[in-house]
Design a protein around this ligand. Structure first.
Ligand SMILES: Nc1ncnc2c1ncn2[C@@H]1O[C@H](COP(=O)(O)OP(=O)(O)OP(=O)(O)O)[C@@H](O)[C@H]1O
Length: 599
């Protein structure tokens, strides 16, 4: 456990560590104030038990003589002073706990922001091979568990242990025997308890993490594939598995909580037994003189009142941390990776300018294999895309068209070979400029839960959206009729996945999104597949309007789409099998002819 806490500390930013050390100062001050409060009770109770002590030498006796007050009045003033000391101690404690809680919560929030930033700056392959619901689980649940059940309890445990240490030291000065026996007794009992449950807690923590991952997976799959689920009547399969995972989750959380809380009652028993034993012992030692043992008993009682909950709190915190370490283990590798990440890695697109092809874009002998696959998706693929021309990419399913497009867009890096824009190799240095010049319309358009306007200017906050550009892009994508039918026009909200819109309407929003940034290179992946014949023709006409002005690359299954292309590449097994105009290929290539016949 100490190792993990150390690792967590190492993962904090220098600023967070500095604040933690400053807070440690506050913790020591709080402990000191609490001890001072307890210790001040002793002399007061001694005077109440035996006012004759006022005539003795010592500081209090001198103060009494200087004050010139009656003994009762002096005792009252002394009582008020003790209350003032206790009040000050309480205020310091309140302030410290306040700061500790805020600090813990803030560190947790910063860790989850850091993870989110880390995931958001990962390349396409990372996301293509992973699960977004698991990333959500990490950023929200596991981070929250790390915050609420590791960082915050650790801060509390630290505060309470320092306080218990100070209190034990004060008690030691007051009565070494009682202090040593008391501290040994409670430390020993708690230690035994902790050793008994710690393995169970760790296992439990892993069980909670596992159940949580399952719940997020089911949530993602259930909502993500809701149409199929409804149609196939598979709801029960999802909800039953969710019930089971929730049951395991609840069981795990409940057991961890119980294991950290339940010992309290056993400890109270031990404490009461110890008090009874102490009272009997002191009565016997002082021949039943209550006046003599009252001050000592008051101090022990108050010290016990502070120390017992401190021990309990320290134990609860330790058990909670142990029970949730699995959450930290789950996010640790990504947190570590995020620390080394260059904050400036994600560049501001606006400040980078554009890399506009004037002559040609080339894919030169590109080889690419997906991780975990034995076959290469692209095998020395070479393509030339003349600037301001329209080219089509066709081929059987799995022939590598989408992969070639991802390479062209700079979303994945070739293993061998390169992408060149006007002979200039695409590298990390000019990638942003290149991507600023490209507009991409994917096969399935992701619509965010916002207005059509926000969806066209994807990711831009409302105030930064250029209305004129939105209108122009919407018009070019033939959205005017749809917008005319909607009472709120561009302000109409669409669902997360645009369920209120037809496939064709969604695709037109995707096309408008690519046109919003006035891209010089348009890449369309089956962009018109969901459109009806008339709309498709309208859009294709709009796209062909850009002929000679923009470079257009389109993947198409329906060969009619690429009829008017200046050049068509036929792909087979990761490379170009043939190239030419549509008519040339129909005349020359039997495979292409067959594909054309099946349209
Ligand atoms: N994220 C991925 N991880 C692993 N393999 C992948 C991934 N994406 C594609 N592939 C594999 O790479 C090969 C080429 O796929 P690609 O999607 O580029 O073909 P495509 O021609 O675009 O097919 P389609 O017309 O069906 O979209 C296929 O064998 C496919 O299984």
């Amino acid at each position: 456990m100490l190792r993990q806490l150390r690792e967590l500390y190492d993962l904090l930013s220098p600023r967070q560590r500095a604040t933690l050390l400053r807070l440690q100062g506050l913790v020591v001050l709080m402990a000191f104030a609490e001890v001072a409060g307890v210790v001040s009770i002793g002399p007061f109770m001694a005077l109440v038990g035996d006012p004759g002590r006022l005539d003795a030498d010592g500081v209090i006796g001198q103060l009494y003589r200087v004050s010139g007050l009656e003994p009762r009045a002096f005792l009252s003033v002394l009582g008020v002073v003790v209350i003032a000391v206790l009040t000050l101690a309480a205020l310091v404690s309140m302030f410290t706990i306040w700061r500790l809680s805020l600090y813990g919560a803030r560190v947790g929030a910063e860790l989850s922001s850091r993870l989110y930033r880390h995931y958001m700056s990962q390349p396409w392959l990372f996301h293509a091979g992973g699960s977004s619901s698991q990333l959500t689980n990490m950023v929200t649940q596991e981070c929250q568990r790390t915050t609420n059940n590791i960082i915050v309890p650790f801060m509390r445990m630290n505060a309470k242990l320092v306080m218990a240490l100070f209190m034990a030291m004060a008690l030691f000065i007051y009565n070494p025997t009682v202090a040593v026996y008391g501290v040994l007794l409670f430390t020993f009992v708690y230690f035994i308890l902790y050793r008994a449950v710690r393995h169970g807690l760790s296992r439990n923590g892993e069980r909670v993490s596992h159940a949580q991952r399952m719940r997020f997976k089911l949530l993602g799959e259930g909502f993500g594939g809701i149409k199929d689920t409804l149609l196939l009547g598979r709801q029960r399969l999802f909800t039953d598995r969710f019930d089971q995972a929730s049951e395991r989750f609840a069981q795990g959380i409940g057991i961890t909580q119980a294991m950290s809380q339940v010992p309290r009652y056993a400890m109270e028993l031990v404490a009461f037994a110890a008090v009874i034993f102490l009272v009997l012992y002191m009565l016997a030692a002082h021949d039943g003189d209550l006046g003599a043992i009252l001050p000592a008993l008051s101090v022990y009682a108050l010290a016990g009142l502070k120390m017992l909950p401190a021990f309990q709190q320290a134990y609860t915190s330790m058990a909670t941390i142990r029970g949730h370490l699995a959450a930290f283990e789950a996010i640790r590798p990504d947190l570590e990776a995020s620390r080394d990440q260059d904050e400036a890695g994600v560049r501001d697109p606006e400040s980078e300018g554009h890399l506009v092809p004037a002559d040609r874009i080339e894919l030169a002998e590109v080889v690419f294999r997906y991780p975990g696959k034995s076959e290469s998706a692209l095998r020395e693929l070479s393509l030339v895309i003349p600037a301001n021309r329209t080219i089509g990419l066709v081929g059987a399913s799995g022939s590598g068209k989408s992969t070639a497009i991802d390479i062209l867009l700079g979303l994945i890096e070739p293993e061998q070979g390169e992408v060149r824009v006007d002979g200039q190799r695409l590298t990390a240095d000019n990638l942003r400029q290149w991507q600023n010049s490209v507009g991409f319309v994917p096969q399935s358009i992701f619509l965010s839960d916002g207005s059509i306007r926000e969806n066209i200017a994807f990711g831009l906050p409302e105030p930064l959206i250029d209305e004129a550009k939105v209108r122009r892009a919407a018009s070019m994508a033939h959205l005017d009729d749809l917008l005319g039918d909607l009472s709120d026009g561009l302000a109409t909200r669409v669902g997360e996945r645009g369920v209120q819109l037809s496939g064709g309407q969604r695709q037109r929003i995707g096309i408008a999104r690519a046109l919003y940034h006035d891209a010089d290179v348009l890449v369309l992946d089956e962009a018109t597949s969901a459109l009806d014949g008339i709309t498709e023709k309208l859009i294709m006409d709009a796209i062909y309007d850009f002929s000679g002005k923009k470079t257009i690359v389109m993947i198409a299954h329906r060969l009619a789409t690429v009829k008017a292309c200046d050049k068509v590449y036929l792909m087979e097994e990761g490379k170009v099998a043939d190239t030419g105009t549509y008519d040339e290929l129909v005349a020359r290539n039997p495979v292409f002819r067959k594909m054309a016949e099946h349209v």
